[in-house]
Design a protein around this ligand. Sequence first.
Ligand code: FAD
Length: 125
Amino acid sequence: GASSTEYVSKEDLGRATWLLLHSIASQYPDEPTEREKRDAKNLINAMATLYPCKECQTHFKTVIERNPPEVDSSVSFQEWMCKVHNAVNEKLGKELFDCAKIDERWGGVECFGEDGNDGGCSFEN
Ligand code: FAD
């Protein structure tokens, strides 16, 4: 009814978050500025304190302690993201993702039109 809370499941939260994180990595610059590198690290480190699932925070904290964020280029950030997502997949007993397919899966963000104006966000794949 109108007054009932609509809960967000751990699975929907996870899928939405991975969508955002892999999309950010796919659009990350090949030659990031110091500012961009710092922001990327802060974004990842914030997951270990702010991600709204305690169990996930605790596990992810150990994952990033073992695998510090690699933010020197788009390729390294994308590969790193795939690696830590696989660490979570492994914990949950899910199949591991083939990181050679990362661009095919997540490289299709298109938020800008050909004229460079914001054309809205859609996915090519
Ligand atoms: P998801 O794992 O959400 O993946 C979405 C899609 O990404 C997949 O369908 C696939 O196309 C693609 N994909 C899968 N693996 C990779 C990869 N390695 N690289 C690139 N693309 C990939 N849930 C828990 O129950 N316990 C936890 O401790 C936990 N920790 C989490 C920590 C973080 C930081 C995040 C973001 C999520 C966490 N989750 C956790 C949620 C969990 O990872 C999944 O999002 C959720 O279980 C839904 O899984 P799914 O099978 O739909 O696919």
